[in-house]
Design a protein around this ligand. Structure first.
Ligand SMILES: Nc1ncnc2c1ncn2[C@@H]1O[C@H](COP(=O)(O)OP(=O)(O)OP(=O)(O)O)[C@@H](O)[C@H]1O
Length: 326
C-alpha cells in the first residue's frame, strides 16, 4: 500500500459565474520514503492540490471529489481534530516563504520546543535536545546559540533551514515542499535542495516537491507528475520523463530550461500562457500552445495512456514517441 494515494482528486472554486475546476481528477501515489515531483507553470494547480491534501484550502475552495488516503486513512473524511494529528505531525509542509511557518515574535528555540510538545508528551529539556540536534542536522552554525535567535536575525537561507528542521521535528512520514527555494538566491537554492534531498534519504521520509523547475525535479525526485490546467498530462519515472519526454508541454518545459553557458537566459519559452480557470480550452487544454495540434485535439480531453508505466495525455503520443509527429 502506498504511503499516500491521491485518487481522482477534484478541487473546485464555486463562483457567481459557475464552478471553476482547479484540479481535475488528478491521481498519484507516494510510496514510503519516495520523492515525487509535481511540476507545471504558475496556475497549473500544484499548490491547490497540495493544500487539498492537508485540508488547508482557502475558501471558497473545496474538494469536489476523489479520495486522499494517507497511512490507510482517507484524509477527506477526517474532522479538524483528527486532521491536526496528521498535519504538522505525520505530514509537514514547507512553503516558499519561511515566514509562513515562522512566528516573528518567538525565538527559534521556543517555536521548535512548542511544536514538538504540541505533538509529543515530552519534557522541555528533551524537546530542547531534539531541537538542537535538528538545527545541527540542517547545518545551522552553533545551534545552541541559535535557539535564542529571532527569525529576523537570520538570513533567508538560514530561515529556510530552520523551517526544514521544524518540518523534521516530529519525524513525519511525508513532507510537502511548495517551491521551497524559489525565494532564495540561486547559489543558496542548490545548497538547500541538496540538504533536503540528503535529509529525506537519511530520515526515510517521503517528499512531494512542488516546483515549476524540471531541473530541480530531476535532481531530487524519483517520479514526477506534470500538471497542466489542473490535469495530469504526463507522469512516470523522473529519469525517463526528463530524458524521453513525450507530451509537447513537458518537452516545452524542458526546452525552456536555461541552457549551458547561458546562465539565467530562458530560451525557447513555450508560446502563450496557462489558461485561466474560466477559459480552459475544449479538448486538450494545451492545444492552443501546441506545435503538433490537430483537429482531434480540440474535440475531446485525451485519455492518460499508459506506455509501460510512463503515462501521457496526448492523442499524438505514438507519433511523438516514434519521432513521426510534425
Ligand atoms: N481562492 C481561490 N479562488 C479562486 N481561484 C483560485 C483560488 N486559489 C487558487 N485559484 C486558482 O487555481 C488555479 C491553480 O492555482 P495554484 O496556486 O494551485 O497554481 P500553481 O500551479 O501552484 O501555481 P503557482 O506556482 O503560481 O503557485 C489558478 O488558476 C488559481 O487562479
Amino acid at each position: 500500500m502506498p504511503l499516500l494515494d491521491v485518487r481522482d482528486l477534484v478541487v473546485e472554486f464555486p463562483t457567481r459565474h459557475g464552478t471553476l475546476t482547479a484540479v481535475d481528477s488528478v491521481s498519484f501515489t507516494v510510496d514510503k520514503g519516495e520523492r515525487l515531483g509535481i511540476v507545471g507553470e504558475s496556475g497549473a494547480g500544484k499548490s491547490v492540490a497540495a493544500f487539498a491534501i492537508l485540508n488547508l484550502l482557502s475558501r471558497p475552495g473545496r474538494i469536489g471529489g476523489g479520495s486522499i488516503t494517507f497511512e490507510g486513512r482517507d484524509l477527506t473524511k477526517l474532522n479538524r481534530q483528527q486532521m491536526r494529528s496528521v498535519r504538522g505531525n505525520r505530514i509537514s509542509m514547507i512553503f516558499q516563504d519561511p515566514m509562513m511557518t515562522l512566528n516573528p515574535v518567538l525565538t527559534i528555540g521556543t517555536q521548535m520546543v512548542e511544536t514538538l510538545k504540541a505533538h509529543r508528551d515530552i519534557s522541555d529539556a528533551e524537546a530542547k535536545r531534539i531541537a538542537i540536534a535538528r538545527l545541527g542536522e540542517v547545518k545551522i552554525p552553533s545551534p545552541e546559540n541559535r535557539m535564542a535567535s529571532y527569525p529576523h536575525e537570520l538570513s533567508g537561507g538560514m530561515r529556510q533551514r530552520v523551517v526544514i528542521a521544524i518540518a523534521l521535528l516530529t519525524e513525519p512520514a511525508l513532507i510537502i515542499a511548495d517551491e521551497p527555494t524559489t525565494a532564495l538566491d540561486v547559489t543558496i537554492q542548490a545548497e538547500i535542495m541538496s540538504l533536503m534531498l540528503a535529509l529525506c534519504k537519511t530520515h526515510g521520509v517521503g517528499l512531494i516537491l512542488i516546483t515549476h523547475d524540471l531541473a530541480v525535479v530531476s535532481q531530487v525526485t524519483q517520479r514526477v507528475v506534470v500538471l497542466y490546467a489542473g490535469r495530469v498530462v504526463e507522469t512516470g519515472q523522473t529519469a525517463r520523463v526528463v530524458h524521453d519526454p513525450v507530451h509537447p508541454y513537458t518537452r516545452g518545459l524542458l526546452a525552456a530550461l536555461p541552457g549551458e553557458g547561458t546562465p539565467g537566459a530562458r530560451l525557447n519559452q513555450i508560446r502563450g500562457g496557462m489558461p485561466s480557470l474560466n477559459a480552459i480550452p475544449e479538448g486538450c487544454a494545451f492545444h492552443p500552445r501546441c506545435d503538433f495540434v490537430q483537429d482531434r485535439c480540440r474535440a475531446a480531453v485525451p485519455p492518460l495512456d499508459d506506455f509501460d508505466g510512463h503515462r501521457v495525455r496526448c492523442v499524438r503520443a505514438d507519433d511523438l514517441i516514434a519521432g513521426a509527429a510534425a
